[in-house]
Design a protein around this ligand. Structure first.
Ligand code: FNR
Length: 184
Protein backbone atom coordinates (compact mmCIF):
# COMPACT_ATOMS: atom_id res chain seq x y z
CA UNK A 1 0.00 0.00 0.00
CA UNK A 2 1.38 3.37 -0.99
CA UNK A 3 -1.53 5.53 0.15
CA UNK A 4 -4.33 5.18 2.69
CA UNK A 5 -7.53 7.19 2.60
CA UNK A 6 -10.28 7.09 5.22
CA UNK A 7 -13.98 7.63 4.52
CA UNK A 8 -16.51 9.51 6.62
CA UNK A 9 -20.20 8.93 5.85
CA UNK A 10 -22.72 11.70 6.63
CA UNK A 11 -25.76 9.45 7.06
CA UNK A 12 -26.87 7.08 9.81
CA UNK A 13 -29.50 5.33 7.71
CA UNK A 14 -29.09 1.54 7.41
CA UNK A 15 -29.74 1.56 3.68
CA UNK A 16 -27.81 4.80 3.14
CA UNK A 17 -26.92 5.53 -0.49
CA UNK A 18 -23.83 7.37 0.72
CA UNK A 19 -22.69 4.41 2.82
CA UNK A 20 -23.15 2.30 -0.33
CA UNK A 21 -20.98 4.68 -2.35
CA UNK A 22 -18.33 4.81 0.38
CA UNK A 23 -18.19 1.02 0.64
CA UNK A 24 -17.77 0.76 -3.13
CA UNK A 25 -14.75 3.08 -3.25
CA UNK A 26 -12.12 0.43 -2.33
CA UNK A 27 -13.07 -1.49 -5.51
CA UNK A 28 -12.70 1.66 -7.59
CA UNK A 29 -9.27 2.68 -6.34
CA UNK A 30 -6.12 1.83 -8.24
CA UNK A 31 -3.63 -0.68 -6.92
CA UNK A 32 -1.65 0.56 -3.93
CA UNK A 33 -4.45 2.83 -2.71
CA UNK A 34 -6.22 1.55 0.39
CA UNK A 35 -9.58 3.06 1.37
CA UNK A 36 -11.07 2.23 4.75
CA UNK A 37 -14.00 3.50 6.80
CA UNK A 38 -13.76 5.71 9.87
CA UNK A 39 -16.13 5.02 12.77
CA UNK A 40 -19.77 6.06 12.51
CA UNK A 41 -20.75 9.68 13.13
CA UNK A 42 -23.51 8.07 15.23
CA UNK A 43 -20.91 7.10 17.84
CA UNK A 44 -19.87 10.72 18.39
CA UNK A 45 -21.73 12.39 21.30
CA UNK A 46 -23.37 15.79 20.97
CA UNK A 47 -20.74 18.47 21.14
CA UNK A 48 -20.53 19.95 24.61
CA UNK A 49 -17.62 22.10 25.79
CA UNK A 50 -18.15 20.82 29.34
CA UNK A 51 -17.66 17.25 28.12
CA UNK A 52 -14.57 18.35 26.20
CA UNK A 53 -13.18 19.91 29.38
CA UNK A 54 -13.25 16.42 30.94
CA UNK A 55 -11.28 15.04 27.99
CA UNK A 56 -12.16 14.06 24.42
CA UNK A 57 -14.60 11.13 24.16
CA UNK A 58 -12.84 7.94 22.99
CA UNK A 59 -14.75 7.89 19.67
CA UNK A 60 -13.65 11.45 18.87
CA UNK A 61 -10.01 10.80 19.76
CA UNK A 62 -9.98 7.56 17.76
CA UNK A 63 -11.43 9.30 14.70
CA UNK A 64 -8.98 12.19 15.00
CA UNK A 65 -6.07 9.73 15.25
CA UNK A 66 -7.24 7.79 12.18
CA UNK A 67 -7.53 11.03 10.17
CA UNK A 68 -4.09 12.18 11.32
CA UNK A 69 -2.52 8.88 10.20
CA UNK A 70 -4.28 8.80 6.81
CA UNK A 71 -2.99 10.34 3.58
CA UNK A 72 -6.40 11.87 2.95
CA UNK A 73 -10.03 12.02 4.02
CA UNK A 74 -13.00 11.27 1.77
CA UNK A 75 -16.33 12.70 3.01
CA UNK A 76 -19.38 11.05 1.42
CA UNK A 77 -22.47 12.86 2.59
CA UNK A 78 -26.07 13.67 1.77
CA UNK A 79 -27.40 17.20 1.51
CA UNK A 80 -29.97 18.08 4.19
CA UNK A 81 -31.99 21.21 3.62
CA UNK A 82 -29.42 22.62 1.21
CA UNK A 83 -26.59 22.08 3.69
CA UNK A 84 -24.54 19.57 5.68
CA UNK A 85 -26.43 17.05 7.90
CA UNK A 86 -26.33 18.18 11.53
CA UNK A 87 -24.88 14.87 12.72
CA UNK A 88 -21.92 15.28 10.36
CA UNK A 89 -21.46 18.92 11.41
CA UNK A 90 -21.48 17.76 15.04
CA UNK A 91 -18.64 15.35 14.27
CA UNK A 92 -16.67 18.05 12.48
CA UNK A 93 -17.26 20.42 15.41
CA UNK A 94 -15.64 17.88 17.75
CA UNK A 95 -12.73 17.24 15.38
CA UNK A 96 -12.18 21.00 15.08
CA UNK A 97 -11.34 21.19 18.80
CA UNK A 98 -8.58 18.54 18.60
CA UNK A 99 -5.02 19.82 18.73
CA UNK A 100 -2.85 19.44 16.76
CA UNK A 101 -5.59 19.78 14.15
CA UNK A 102 -5.67 16.46 12.22
CA UNK A 103 -7.22 18.09 9.16
CA UNK A 104 -4.73 20.92 8.83
CA UNK A 105 -3.01 20.50 5.47
CA UNK A 106 -4.86 17.20 4.95
CA UNK A 107 -6.08 16.33 1.44
CA UNK A 108 -9.90 16.07 1.47
CA UNK A 109 -12.28 14.77 -1.18
CA UNK A 110 -16.02 15.48 -1.09
CA UNK A 111 -18.67 13.26 -2.68
CA UNK A 112 -22.42 13.84 -2.48
CA UNK A 113 -25.49 12.19 -3.97
CA UNK A 114 -29.24 12.67 -3.99
CA UNK A 115 -32.38 11.00 -5.28
CA UNK A 116 -33.03 14.45 -6.77
CA UNK A 117 -31.31 16.09 -9.70
CA UNK A 118 -28.85 18.42 -7.93
CA UNK A 119 -26.77 15.55 -6.53
CA UNK A 120 -26.22 17.30 -3.19
CA UNK A 121 -24.19 20.14 -4.71
CA UNK A 122 -25.34 22.72 -2.17
CA UNK A 123 -24.01 20.65 0.72
CA UNK A 124 -20.63 20.53 -1.02
CA UNK A 125 -20.21 24.29 -0.94
CA UNK A 126 -21.25 24.54 2.72
CA UNK A 127 -18.85 21.73 3.58
CA UNK A 128 -16.03 23.51 1.75
CA UNK A 129 -16.72 26.64 3.79
CA UNK A 130 -16.61 24.69 7.07
CA UNK A 131 -13.32 23.07 6.07
CA UNK A 132 -11.67 26.47 5.55
CA UNK A 133 -11.42 26.82 9.33
CA UNK A 134 -9.59 23.49 9.55
CA UNK A 135 -7.11 24.65 6.89
CA UNK A 136 -7.85 21.38 5.07
CA UNK A 137 -6.71 20.97 1.47
CA UNK A 138 -10.01 20.25 -0.28
CA UNK A 139 -9.60 19.16 -3.89
CA UNK A 140 -11.51 21.53 -6.17
CA UNK A 141 -11.98 19.44 -9.29
CA UNK A 142 -13.39 17.20 -10.53
CA UNK A 143 -16.49 17.50 -8.35
CA UNK A 144 -18.54 14.36 -7.75
CA UNK A 145 -22.28 14.87 -7.42
CA UNK A 146 -24.45 11.84 -8.05
CA UNK A 147 -28.05 12.67 -9.03
CA UNK A 148 -30.85 10.06 -9.16
CA UNK A 149 -28.79 7.93 -6.79
CA UNK A 150 -31.71 5.59 -5.99
CA UNK A 151 -31.36 4.22 -9.53
CA UNK A 152 -27.61 3.70 -9.16
CA UNK A 153 -27.30 1.75 -5.91
CA UNK A 154 -28.37 -1.83 -5.38
CA UNK A 155 -27.76 -4.17 -2.43
CA UNK A 156 -25.69 -1.52 -0.66
CA UNK A 157 -23.30 -1.13 -3.61
CA UNK A 158 -22.87 1.50 -6.29
CA UNK A 159 -23.75 -0.41 -9.45
CA UNK A 160 -24.15 2.30 -12.11
CA UNK A 161 -21.18 1.80 -14.45
CA UNK A 162 -20.96 5.40 -15.61
CA UNK A 163 -20.84 6.66 -12.01
CA UNK A 164 -18.35 3.97 -11.02
CA UNK A 165 -15.92 4.94 -13.75
CA UNK A 166 -16.36 8.65 -13.01
CA UNK A 167 -15.61 8.08 -9.31
CA UNK A 168 -12.66 5.84 -10.21
CA UNK A 169 -11.23 8.67 -12.32
CA UNK A 170 -11.89 11.19 -9.53
CA UNK A 171 -10.07 8.91 -7.06
CA UNK A 172 -7.09 8.71 -9.37
CA UNK A 173 -6.93 12.51 -9.56
CA UNK A 174 -7.29 12.70 -5.76
CA UNK A 175 -4.48 10.21 -5.31
CA UNK A 176 -2.15 12.40 -7.38
CA UNK A 177 -3.39 15.52 -5.56
CA UNK A 178 -2.72 13.92 -2.16
CA UNK A 179 0.75 12.82 -3.23
CA UNK A 180 1.52 16.41 -4.23
CA UNK A 181 0.07 17.96 -1.04
CA UNK A 182 1.70 15.45 1.31
CA UNK A 183 5.10 15.86 -0.34
CA UNK A 184 5.22 19.60 0.38
C1 FNR B 1 -33.23 15.35 2.61
N1 FNR B 1 -32.97 15.15 1.26
C2 FNR B 1 -32.47 16.19 0.49
N2 FNR B 1 -32.02 15.96 -0.80
C3 FNR B 1 -31.50 16.99 -1.52
O1 FNR B 1 -31.07 16.78 -2.66
N3 FNR B 1 -31.44 18.25 -1.01
C4 FNR B 1 -31.87 18.54 0.25
O2 FNR B 1 -31.77 19.68 0.67
C5 FNR B 1 -32.40 17.49 1.04
N4 FNR B 1 -32.84 17.70 2.31
C6 FNR B 1 -33.14 16.66 3.13
C7 FNR B 1 -33.38 16.88 4.49
C8 FNR B 1 -33.63 15.83 5.33
C9 FNR B 1 -33.83 16.07 6.79
C10 FNR B 1 -33.69 14.50 4.81
C11 FNR B 1 -33.95 13.33 5.73
C12 FNR B 1 -33.50 14.29 3.48
C13 FNR B 1 -33.13 13.81 0.66
C14 FNR B 1 -31.84 13.02 0.78
O3 FNR B 1 -30.99 13.35 -0.30
C15 FNR B 1 -32.14 11.52 0.76
O4 FNR B 1 -32.92 11.20 1.89
C16 FNR B 1 -30.89 10.68 0.73
O5 FNR B 1 -31.25 9.34 0.47
C17 FNR B 1 -30.12 10.75 2.04
O6 FNR B 1 -28.89 10.06 1.93
P1 FNR B 1 -28.69 8.56 2.49
O7 FNR B 1 -29.27 8.49 3.86
O8 FNR B 1 -29.41 7.65 1.52
O9 FNR B 1 -27.21 8.35 2.46
Amino acid sequence: TTQTFVTLVGSLRKGSFHAAIASSLPELATKGVEIKPLGSIGDIPHYDADVQAEGFPAAVQAMADEIAKADGLIIVTPEYNYSVPGVLKNTLDWISRVSPQPLAGKPVLIQTASPGNAGGCRAQYHLRQILVFFDAMVMNKPEAMVPQVHNKVSDDKLVDEETRSFLAAQLETFSAFATRINRD
